[in-house]
Design a protein around this ligand. Structure first.
Ligand code: ADP
Ligand code: MG
Length: 572
C-alpha cells in the first residue's frame, strides 16, 4: 500500500493534507491517484459517499496545475451548490501551502456578477453546478477550451436532478484531448451513457465492500402502519436520547410537516429544504454542524451537500422513490471509520422493497420492534440519572444555599428525595407513554374479509390523538363492487396507481355487490377524486364521489345535490 508520500505528491501538497490529519490514503485514493499520474486513462470510480473521492481527484489535479498558466485547467462538476463549495474548500485546504493556486466555486441561486468577477480575475480550477456553468460558458465568461481534466462528481445525482442536457452541452464544449473522471455511487443507464459517449475506454474502479462507511453501518427497519410513522419517529428519537441524525423525507411539504411537529413536541429539530432562503439554509446547517441541532429533517436534494462526520443515525421517514437513493442516505452515517445506524420506517407495502435495497447495499436489514413505552422510559431514566451523576457541582457557589435547602428537605428520606427528583424531570415521559400502544404493524392488520383497520385499545387513540389530530378520513362512494371483481387489495392498488402515490392511507373499506365505500385520508381527498374519476376498471368507467352519509346514495338512489364534488364538476 502506497503512502501519500510514495505517490509522488509534492512537499507543499503533503504538508496541506498532513495538517488535515490525513494519515494514509483511502481505498479510492489508493486506486485513482497512481492511475492519474502514471497513465492518461479516463477513470470511472464507483464509490459511495464518505470514501474520500474529493482528495482522490483533487490531489492529482492540484499536482498537475501549471501555476504560470492563467487559463482554467480543471473543471469539476457536482450536483449542488453545497457540494461545489465543499469541493472548493477542500481543494483550497489541500493546496494551502501552494502559493497562487486559485479555485473558484460556481453555482446557481447566487449573484452571477460576483462569480463573473471571480472568473475574470483568473482561476486554475472551477467547481461548478452544471446549470450555472453552462450559462457562464454561453456568456463567454468561462472558457473551458484549455482544460486538461474534467471531473463529474456524483454523476448519478447530477442526472437524477435533471442536469442531463447541461452535462451534454458542457462536455461537447470541452477539448478533445483531456482526461475525464466520473464518480458515482451507482451505475444506472444514464450514467453508463455519459461514460460511453464522452469517455475513452475508462479504467473502472469499484470501491464496494471495502467502503469503510458501509461496513460500519447497521441497517434496521421498523414496520408500522403508514399513519403511525410520526409516532414511530418520536419513539426512535426517545430511545436514542443522544441521537445526532438526519431524517429524510420525500417532499418539501413532508419535511416541513415532520419538522414542525417535532419542534412542537419539544424535540431539538429543524427542517432543511429547497423552499428556504440560502441564508436560512446556512443558518440551519450551521446549527446542525455545531451540534446545537440534534435532528435535521431534510429532503434528499437539500441534504446532498451535508458532510458531517459523526452522524449517529440516518432515518428514512419514507423509503426514497428511487431505491438507489437509499445508499446516498445511509452513506451520511458511518463516515470516517465511525459506526452508524440507518433506519427505515416502513409500512406493509414498502416492506416488499427491503430485499431490493439489501441487494443494492449488499447487506441485510435487521427487523426491530418499535420500542415500547416502558423501554423508552427506562432509557430516558438512565439518561437522566447519568446526567445527574456527571453534573459538575460548583461547591463554592452553592454552599451558601445548602443549609436552607437541607432544612427544607429534612422531612424526606434519601429514597424519597430520589423519587421526587426523578419524577420532576421524568413525568413528561411517564405521562406520555402511559398506556402507549404497540405501534408494530401486524402482518394481518389489513385486507381481512371486511378490510377494516385493526381495532386497537384506547391507549392507541390517546397517543394518536383524536381523529382530527391524525388527519381525518373522507368516505368515498365508488361505482365498482364485488361483482366487478373488486377486493380490498385491488382497491388499494387502484388508488395507488391512479394517484401515482403509494403512500395514501386508506381506512375502512366496505364492499357491496355493485358499488363500494372506502375511506381515504382527508388531505388526499381532491387528488383521489380527480385521479380516479372517469378512469377505466376492466372496461367500466369509474365514478367516484364523496359519500356524505353512510349509504346515503343507495337509499336515495341518486346523487345528493350540492356536494362539494358536484360543484367542482359544474364549474368545468
Ligand atoms: P466523498 O466525496 O467520497 O463522499 P469526501 O471526499 O467528502 O468523500 O471525504 C469524506 C471525509 O473523509 C471528509 O471529511 C474527508 O476530509 C475525509 N478524508 C478523505 N480522505 C481522507 C484520508 N486519506 N484520511 C482521513 N480522512 C480522509
Ligand atoms: Mg464527494
Amino acid at each position: 500500500m502506497l503512502t501519500f508520500n510514495e505517490m509522488g505528491l509534492s512537499p507543499n501538497l503533503l504538508k496541506g493534507i498532513d495538517e488535515l490529519g490525513f494519515k494514509k490514503p483511502t481505498t479510492i485514493q489508493q486506486e485513482v491517484i497512481p492511475i492519474f499520474f502514471e497513465t492518461d486513462n479516463d477513470i470511472v470510480g464507483l464509490a459511495q459517499t464518505g470514501t474520500g473521492k474529493t482528495a482522490a481527484f483533487g490531489l492529482p489535479i492540484i499536482e498537475q496545475i501549471d501555476l504560470q498558466d492563467k487559463s482554467v485547467q480543471a473543471l469539476i462538476l457536482a450536483p449542488t451548490r453545497e457540494l461545489c463549495i465543499q469541493i472548493s474548500k477542500d481543494l483550497q485546504s489541500f493546496s494551502k501551502h501552494i502559493n497562487g493556486l486559485q479555485v473558484v466555486p460556481i453555482y446557481g441561486g447566487a449573484s452571477i456578477e460576483t462569480q463573473i468577477r471571480a472568473l475574470k480575475k483568473g482561476t486554475h480550477i472551477i467547481a461548478a453546478t452544471p446549470g450555472r456553468m453552462l450559462d457562464l460558458i454561453k456568456r463567454k465568461v468561462a472558457n473551458i477550451s484549455y482544460i486538461r481534466t474534467v471531473v463529474l462528481d456524483e454523476a448519478d445525482e447530477m442526472l437524477n436532478m435533471g442536469f442531463r442536457d447541461e452535462l451534454d452541452a458542457i462536455l461537447e464544449r470541452t477539448p478533445d484531448k483531456k482526461r475525464t473522471l466520473l464518480f458515482s455511487a451507482t451505475m444506472p443507464k444514464e450514467v453508463a451513457r455519459i461514460a460511453k459517449n464522452y469517455m475513452d475506454s475508462p479504467v473502472e474502479i469499484v470501491v464496494g465492500k471495502q467502503n469503510a462507511g458501509a461496513e460500519n453501518v447497521r441497517h434496521i427497519y421498523y414496520q408500522v402502519h403508514a399513519r403511525d410513522r410520526y409516532l414511530a419517529l418520536k419513539r426512535i428519537a426517545d430511545i436514542n436520547p443522544y441521537i445526532y441524525g438526519i431524517v429524510f423525507c420525500r417532499t418539501r411539504m413532508e419535511t416541513k410537516e415532520v419538522a414542525d411537529k417535532l419542534i412542537k413536541d419539544g424535540y431539538n429539530a429543524d427542517a432543511l429544504h429547497g423552499d428556504l432562503s440560502q441564508a436560512q439554509r446556512d443558518s440551519v446547517m450551521k446549527r446542525f454542524r455545531s451540534k446545537s441541532l440534534q435532528m435535521l429533517v431534510a429532503t434528499d436534494v437539500a441534504a446532498r451537500g451535508i458532510d458531517v462526520d459523526d452522524i449517529s443515525h440516518v432515518i428514512n421517514y419514507n423509503l426514497p422513490a428511487e431505491l438507489d437513493i437509499y445508499t446516498h442516505r445511509s452513506g451520511r452515517t458511518g463516515r470516517a471509520d465511525k459506526s452508524g445506524i440507518s433506519i427505515a420506517i416502513v409500512n406493509y407495502r414498502e416492506i416488499t422493497k427491503i430485499p431490493t435495497i439489501e441487494k443494492i447495499i449488499n447487506k441485510r436489514f435487521e427487523k426491530l420492534l418499535v420500542p415500547s413505552g416502558a423501554e423508552i422510559c427506562k432509557k430516558q431514566l438512565f439518561k437522566l440519572i447519568d446526567k445527574m451523576e456527571n453534573v459538575e457541582v460548583d461547591e463554592a457557589q452553592i454552599a451558601p444555599f445548602m443549609d436552607t435547602v437541607n432544612k427544607k428537605l429534612e422531612w424526606l428520606s434519601k429514597e424519597q428525595i430520589i423519587k421526587h427528583f426523578v419524577s420532576l424531570e421524568f413525568n413528561r415521559f411517564l405521562d406520555y407513554y402511559k398506556n402507549a400502544p404497540d405501534l408494530n404493524e401486524k402482518a394481518e392488520s389489513r385486507g381481512g374479509k371486511s378490510g377494516k383497520r385493526d381495532k386497537r385499545d384506547g391507549g392507541a387513540r390517546a397517543e394518536r390523538g383524536n381523529k382530527r389530530d391524525r388527519g381525518a378520513y373522507t368516505r368515498f362512494y365508488i361505482n365498482i363492487g364485488k361483482k366487478d371483481g373488486m377486493n380490498p387489495r385491488n382497491l388499494i392498488g387502484m388508488v395507488n396507481e391512479y394517484t401515482k402515490n403509494r403512500d395514501i392511507d386508506i381506512g375502512e373499506i366496505d364492499l357491496k355487490d355493485s358499488f363500494s365505500f372506502f375511506e381515504v385520508e382527508e388531505k388526499h381527498r381532491d387528488k383521489v377524486l380527480k385521479s380516479l374519476n372517469n378512469k377505466d376498471h376492466k372496461g367500466r368507467t369509474i365514478r367516484i364521489d364523496i359519500a356524505e352519509e353512510k349509504d346515503a346514495r343507495r337509499k336515495k338512489g341518486k346523487r345528493k345535490k350540492g356536494t362539494k364534488s358536484q360543484k367542482r364538476r359544474a364549474k368545468k
